[in-house]
Design a protein around this ligand. Structure first.
Ligand code: FES
Length: 161
C-alpha cells in the first residue's frame, strides 16, 4: 500500500511509488483517482513543462479534478532533479520516480520558498535560506529543514495524502 519512509532529522520523507499508494486514497474518497489504479505511466511526455518548473515561478500544474481528491500536480510536471511549487507545497523528484513534498513556507519566517533552481537548491527569497531536494537545511538563517507534506502518487498524478 503506502511506500513511505520517514527521514531522520530533516523531514519525513514520503516516497511515493507510482503503484504503491493508490489504496491509501480509499479513505479520501478519491473515486476518480482510484479508478485509475493499475496504470503506472504518466499521461503525457515528461519534458513538456520541465523548463518552466525548474526556472522559477509558481506552477499551477494541477491536472486532476476528480473532485474530493483532486491531484495537485502531474508527475510529468515535476522534473527529475528538480521540482515545482504548487500553491503552498513544494513537490520535488530527487531521483527517478521518487516524489517528495514539503510545505513551501520557509521555516525561518514563513516566506514561500522558490522552486528548486537548476542546481536542485530550494531558496527562500526573503533571507536566503537554502534547502536540498530532500528538504534538508543547507544554509540559514532558517534553523530547520522544510516541513514534509505527505503525498500519494498514482497513475501519474500527485495527491495530498
Ligand atoms: S523567511 Fe526564509 S530565510 Fe527568512
Amino acid at each position: 500500500m503506502t511506500d513511505s519512509k520517514t527521514g531522520s532529522d530533516l523531514a519525513q520523507r514520503v516516497l511515493a511509488s507510482r503503484r504503491g499508494l493508490m489504496c491509501g486514497l480509499a479513505g479520501l474518497g478519491a473515486a476518480g483517482a482510484l479508478a485509475a489504479c493499475g496504470t503506472a505511466e504518466p499521461p503525457s511526455g515528461d519534458s513538456s513543462s520541465d523548463a518552466d518548473a525548474t526556472t522559477g515561478g509558481t506552477s499551477e500544474g494541477a491536472t486532476g479534478d476528480a473532485g474530493g481528491g483532486a491531484a495537485i500536480a502531474a508527475t510529468a510536471d515535476v522534473p527529475e532533479g528538480g521540482g515545482i511549487v504548487v500553491d503552498d507545497t513544494v513537490i520535488v523528484q530527487p531521483s527517478a520516480d521518487e516524489f517528495l513534498a514539503f510545505s513551501a513556507a520557509c521555516p525561518h519566517m514563513g516566506t514561500p520558498v522558490n522552486p528548486p533552481d537548476a542546481d536542485g537548491v530550494i531558496i527562500c527569497p526573503n533571507h536566503g535560506s537554502e534547502f536540498s531536494l530532500e528538504g534538508e537545511l543547507e544554509k540559514g538563517p532558517a534553523e530547520t529543514g522544510l516541513s514534509p507534506v505527505e503525498i500519494t502518487v498514482e497513475d501519474g498524478q500527485i495527491f495530498l495524502a
